[in-house]
Write a protein that binds this ligand. Structure first.
Ligand code: FES
Ligand SMILES: [Fe+2]
Length: 407
């Protein structure tokens, strides 16, 4: 089952043209839903989200292009223990606790590629498979089982150009076999099952061929779900992004698609004026653009820039912070094509504009909502419209997966 992205875009364009002309303007879900604001303030829910969702669900940590060569590594510190993902000499990815097995020092702090991992505390050295390769003053550790001192493995898997981890250590096998010999890792996360029906669409995006241009980390004083809500609907765009995003979009015109717990939406840019009233055969060339959501916390916004044909992806991941009223967002922007200073600079400028808009406009609202909620949830529940279908869906999905029905 393969998807042709141009065909996919034609289908979306037709739906968006119909929506522009329609009275509804937006695809609509079946029903309005009330949402009790305690989902944002209940500390037992927060604890369950951190352990059940961010400890057990696959989390996107990188696109494959960031880990293309043996020795390339990605550090991931936002969900549970610090994690290190490395491409091995054999081309396979492995993920480890980023912690030395001698006395717990943070093993790797730099993303510069290298064939050996050197601990900054006492200088133990590990290879890319996580094995101890040298110990200074080795005679002092005589009798210590080196294989048993291999780095602690974390489940990792790669598919459609995306790399996922589950930031909880692999349980040592019952047989007491050292972690390296059983090669847990890749088999521990079933990405075909996890991605389900959105897999072929993500495959068509060819995410593995993208290069990372720039990345930022935003902290927000709000529950993480208030931050994530902002990216799950277009309804707020005319008001919140009045002078930034809104002038280039038909207000409220949005096509939604759901793929199990994952989803996609696409709005109509003002360029769609060139399509109205014309047969499809006369439509000017335009390229696919949409926002893809991977449960629980990731959006991949796919568009084209530079010459209007270069695929550019902004990946945004929202994480719960240490406290219920803190969230962290990682935003990174990628593009296809060889390095080129002028083009990279354009994409960097796009990235900075997005960070500015999300940080001040979107999270400006989220912070104010949180300021009200932390003084006690109002008696009146919130209400999610039929156009806020994707907000409805992910709150339901979260509630199901943490085993705590919506209040
Ligand atoms: S903690 Fe790493 S060498 Fe001692
Ligand atoms: Fe927004």
């Amino acid at each position: 089952l393969t998807i042709d992205l141009q065909q996919e875009w034609k289908g979306l364009q037709n739906r968006l043209v119909d929506l522009i002309r329609s009275e509804n303007k937006s695809d609509l879900g079946d029903e309005v839903m009330e949402l009790d604001p305690r989902v944002y303030t209940d500390t037992s829910r927060f604890a369950a989200e951190r352990s059940r969702i961010f400890g057990e669900e696959p989390l996107l940590v990188a696109l494959s292009g960031e880990l293309s060569t043996p020795g390339d590594r990605v550090l991931f510190d936002e969900a549970g223990p610090p994690v290190l993902v490395v491409r091995g000499e054999d081309g396979r990815l492995r993920a480890f606790l980023n912690m030395c097995t001698h006395r717990g020092a943070r093993l790797v702090s730099s993303c510069d590629p290298a064939r050996r991992l050197l601990c900054p505390f006492h200088g133990w050295t590990f290879d890319l498979e996580g094995r101890v390769v040298s110990i200074p003053l080795a005679q002092a550790f005589e009798g210590v089982d080196r294989a048993g001192r291999a780095l602690v493995r974390i489940p990792v898997a790669e598919r459609h150009g995306m790399v996922f981890v589950r930031p909880r250590p692999v349980e040592p096998a019952a047989s007491g076999m050292p972690a390296e010999s059983g090669a847990p890792g890749e088999e521990e996360i079933d990405l075909i099952e996890f991605l389900g029906p959105i897999g072929p669409l993500l495959e068509a995006l060819e995410l593995g061929s993208l290069r990372r241009i720039q990345a930022d980390r935003l902290e927000v004083r709000a529950n993480w779900k208030l931050a994530l809500d902002m990216g799950r609907e277009n309804y707020h765009v005319p008001a919140v992004h009045k002078s930034t995003l809104s002038p280039n979009l038909y207000p409220h015109v949005t096509a939604f698609d759901v793929y199990g717990p994952h989803s996609r939406f696409s709005g109509a840019s003002r360029d769609f004026a060139n399509l109205l009233g014309k047969p499809e055969s006369e439509w000017p060339a335009m390229s696919y653009q949409a926002v893809h959501y991977l449960f629980p916390n990731t959006t991949l916004s796919f568009t084209h820039a530079v010459d209007g044909r270069t695929p550019v992806v902004t990946m945004s991941r929202v994480f719960p912070g240490e406290a219920i009223g803190q969230a962290v967002t990682l935003i990174a922007t990628y593009r296809r094509g060889a390095a080129d200073d002028a083009a990279d600079a354009q994409v960097r400028a796009m990235h900075e504009a997005v960070v500015q808009i999300v940080g001040s406009e979107d999270y400006g609202v989220a912070r104010k909502v949180w300021q009200s909620l932390e003084h006690g949830a109002p008696a009146l529940p919130f209400v999610l419209g039929r156009n806020e279908l994707l907000v409805q869906r992910y709150h339901r999905e979260l509630a199901t997966r943490i085993g705590m029905p919506l209040p």
